[in-house]
Structure formats: C-alpha cells, structure tokens
Design a protein around this ligand. Structure first.
Ligand SMILES: [Zn+2]
Length: 243
C-alpha cells in the first residue's frame, strides 16, 4: 500500500484539522524513519510544543530513532514519503498558564491508541486536559515558562508510550520505563525518564528494519484493511496515570 494513501487516511482521521494551525517544527535531519503527524484542538504555547518535540527526541535517541513532525493539513495533503508514520490528535487545552481546577489525583486516561479487530492502529489521541490536571500539583509553584516546559515533557512521554504500542503492534506493557502500563506523576515530570533497556533495544531493531525502506515493516499496513472493514469494532486502549 502506498504510504501516500496511508497519509490520506491519517488526514481523514484528524477530522476538524482545518482548525489546527501549523506550528514551527524543529529542523529535521533527513531522512527520518518515522513521521509524527499531529493536530491540536487548541494550538499550544510555543514552549509546550518545542519541549514536546525535544523530549520525544531525547527519549528515542538511545534507540537511534529520529522523527519528523508534520502538521496534519487537509488543505495540502501529503507529498512526502516516510518509511512509517503515526498520527496523533492532542485533545483539549495543552497549556498550563492557569492551574487547572481538577483534583490532579484521580486515575485518568492520559492517551489512547486505536485498536480494531485486536490490531493496534497507528492513530492515537493524547488527552492534554488529563495530563495537565495530573501534573499540576507538581508544578503549581513554578513560573509560566517552567510549567509549560514540564507539560511538554509529560506530553512527550505519554506520546512515546503510544508510539511504542504502534510500532510493536501490541498492547503489551513493560515492567519498567515509559512502556509501563501506568506512569506516576513523578515519571511524567522528573527531569529524565526513558524506555527501559529491553524496549530501547526493540526500537533499535525496528529502526534497523527501516533500512532500506521495507513496506512490510511499516506499522499500520495490515491494520488499515482492518480499520476500513471494522470501523465499529474500534476500541481505545487507555493509558492511565498511577501513583
Ligand atoms: Zn499502554
């Protein structure tokens, strides 16, 4: 299946993307094996988005996986080819300039990846509202810039968790690191937090399989047929916070 067709499905997934304003991206060193297509319900402050990109880069660097961020833009479509793509929509308000009213300690779905017929699809949602409410107690004394930097870092870790599901095509979790079934507030807000060695090694092997471009290794290809034929069977895999 042509990756362009795949990208068009990604665009279809990100409904209402016309409202998503393009945001500045960190320059990519070509070629990146994985494109992260994204759309925000509400454009985040630059500090949040910059840290989201940087932290995801730091998380994936030990595995040698670089990503190219591309805004979902239904007006232009996609003229680029990538070995693999994942698609994320960031829901709610992705900003911490005002402290959220939520209690900050209830188990919340932070993100989800779509599943159809038991197959993990490369389409995910990150719940900005849940993430910011969850981490708010850890940053309530910090200034505006620091709060949003920490929010961007937390969003990156949640996103990385879902990317792991998408690349592996599995709902399986790890016992340590970002691929754990649930992450604590400290996991999301501490200065550093990474995948455990075993998951890093798996991602590293995935990166190796992308050279040369291997259509069969692309995440999502078999899932696309499943999605088209079983839309009603889609279920979200929730990723919740723990304490
Ligand atoms: Zn998970």
């Amino acid at each position: 299946m042509k990756i362009r067709y795949f990208a068009q499905l990604a665009l279809a997934f990100a409904l209402n993307a016309l409202d998503a304003a393009p945001l500045p991206s960190i320059p990519d060193r070509a070629p990146a094996p994985l494109a992260v297509y994204y759309a925000f319900d509400n454009p985040p402050p630059a500090g949040v988005f910059t840290e989201l990109q940087r932290e995801l880069g730091r998380i994936l660097a030990p595995a040698g996986l670089r990503t190219a961020w591309r805004v979902v833009d239904t007006r232009q479509g996609s003229a680029e080819d990538f070995p693999s793509i994942v698609v994320f929509r960031f829901n709610g308000k992705c900003s911490l300039e005002n402290e959220p009213a939520g209690p900050g300690d209830a188990p919340l779905p932070l993100a989800q990846t779509r599943i159809a017929d038991g197959r993990v699809l490369p389409f995910g949602n990150v719940n900005c509202e849940a993430v910011r409410e969850f981490i708010a107690p850890a940053v309530k004394l910090a200034g505006f810039a620091v709060r949003n930097e920490v929010l961007g870092r937390a969003l990156a870790r949640v996103t990385a968790h879902e990317i792991y599901h998408m690349l592996t095509g599995s709902e399986t979790h790890a016992r340590e690191g970002i691929a754990r079934a649930a992450l604590s507030r400290a996991d999301l807000t501490n200065t550093t937090f990474f995948f455990a060695r075993m998951q890093t090694d798996w991602i590293k092997s995935w990166v190796e399989k992308q050279r040369p471009v291997n259509q069969a290794a692309r995440p999502g290809n078999p899932q696309i047929a499943g999605m088209a034929s079983s839309r009603n069977a889609e279920q979200p895999a929730l990723f919740v916070a723990s304490h």
